[in-house]
Design a protein around this ligand. Structure first.
Ligand SMILES: Nc1ncnc2c1ncn2[C@@H]1O[C@H](COP(=O)(O)OP(=O)(O)OP(=O)(O)O)[C@@H](O)[C@H]1O
Length: 371
């Protein structure tokens, strides 16, 4: 647990960067600081590992005040990941990662073993081990930066805009990978971002700061969307709050009922398809029962081929959020959303009316928990 106890930072020239901040980043959870440019996010983060000294107030790690700790000891407890990764340019990828383990006194061989292991955990193959940072893409460098911070197995992590220097697609991948990793490692993390979507996607807890370094709201993403504390928070989150609530998987608990969907395989004749079809569209699967696309029975002239398939529908993985399920329905030419299992196998389809019922149930359930 990281505790801010009425922490303020006044820079020379009287800028109040952080103003009497009090909050707790819970153990094993990802807390995200978000807010407009200049609201004091980075300053708050850097006060935790004492790269910046607070003007007043205290920060505590698991109840222990940081201001009286030896600074080297303090920093060994805390992994630190910054934008653009900040890798050592003259060290290879494994050497970069092993550095933090070495600082902890880990013998060289063991540190290198840890580094190789972590490389894999952040999604990079061993082929990258002996490359230099300049031989990596931005996304790969960020992964190495995360691995380096983890190499000393710190209890706490500070991450300053770790995914912002890459394009949106890579960014989404890095976020997903990081969420999976955090599910395994359960570090106590504070991450800074200026991107509210990133905060809502990744955070267990979101801390919204306003200009002048004051706290606007601390809440879970769901609470933030459902009950923004004031106009500032509501404006900052943006307009489509109601829709974005659907992005949380837990709102789909209880699930949406799946219908059995008749299927065909490539090579099927138009007659076979017409016998199977319940309407104009037939779902086509591969021999492992994984959906390939939809066939339009009305326009088929000969045996079904790859090129005949309509591929516009997205697939929702079982247990994913209502937003994904709704997207699968809306993008499907048949109007039936395809739900697959973890290995991509067909589980069934859902209709818009069933999704609407699930949304309504989630909405009333959520409103029912309101004080
Ligand atoms: N070394 C410094 N000396 C004086 N003022 C500073 C210093 N560092 C930051 N500030 C000011 O403190 C305020 C908070 O800065 P900080 O970098 O913490 O904000 P931020 O929320 O991280 O911003 P951004 O999202 O733009 O990175 C800003 O007004 C900034 O100009």
């Amino acid at each position: 647990m990281i505790t801010f106890d009425t922490v303020s930072k006044h820079y020379r020239g009287q800028t109040v960067a952080v103003d009497k901040l009090s909050l707790t980043a819970p153990t094993g959870k990802l807390t995200i600081f978000v807010g407009p440019s200049g609201c004091g996010k980075t300053t708050s983060l850097r006060m935790v590992n004492r790269l910046i000294a607070p003007s007043s107030g205290r920060i505590l790690l698991d109840g222990e005040p940081t201001d009286t700790m030896d600074v080297a000891v303090l920093r060994r407890k805390i992994g630190y990941v910054i934008q653009n990764a900040g890798l050592f340019p003259h060290r290879t990828v494994v050497q970069n990662i092993a550095t933090t383990a070495r600082l902890n006194g880990t013998p060289k061989d063991q540190a290198l073993r840890i580094a190789h292991d972590l490389l894999e955990r952040v999604g990079l193959s061993s082929a990258f081990a002996n490359r230099y940072p300049w031989q990596l893409s931005g996304g790969q460098q960020q992964r190495v930066g995360v691995a380096r911070a983890l190499a000393s197995d710190p209890k706490f992590m500070l991450m300053d805009e770790p995914f912002s220097a890459v394009d949106p697609v890579v960014r989404g991948q890095l976020q997903d990978e990081f969420l999976r990793l955090q599910r395994d490692i359960g570090k106590t993390i504070i991450m800074v971002t200026h991107d509210i979507d990133e905060a809502l996607k990744l955070g267990d807890q979101v801390v919204v700061l306003r200009t002048g370094g004051t706290l606007a709201q601390v809440a879970t993403p769901q609470e933030l969307l459902a009950r923004p504390a004031d106009d500032f928070v509501a404006d900052f989150i943006g307009r489509d709050r109601g829709y974005r609530v659907l992005g949380f998987a837990e709102f789909a608990k209880g699930g949406v009922p799946l219908g059995a969907e008749p299927t065909a395989t490539l090579g099927a004749t138009p007659e076979t398809l017409r016998q199977i079809a319940t309407d104009r569209w037939v779902l086509v699967t591969d021999p492992l029962n994984r959906p390939l696309g939809w066939a339009d029975v009305d326009s088929l002239k000969g045996p079904l081929r790859d090129g005949d398939l309509n591929l516009s529908g997205t697939l929702a993985v079982e247990g994913s959020s209502l937003r994904h399920v709704l997207d699968a329905v809306l993008s499907s030419p048949s109007g039936r959303g395809v739900i697959v299992g973890q290995s991509g196998e067909l589980m069934g389809t859902v209709t818009l009316s069933h999704v609407a019922e699930a949304i309504e149930a989630a909405r009333t359930g959520r409103l029912g928990t309101q004080p």
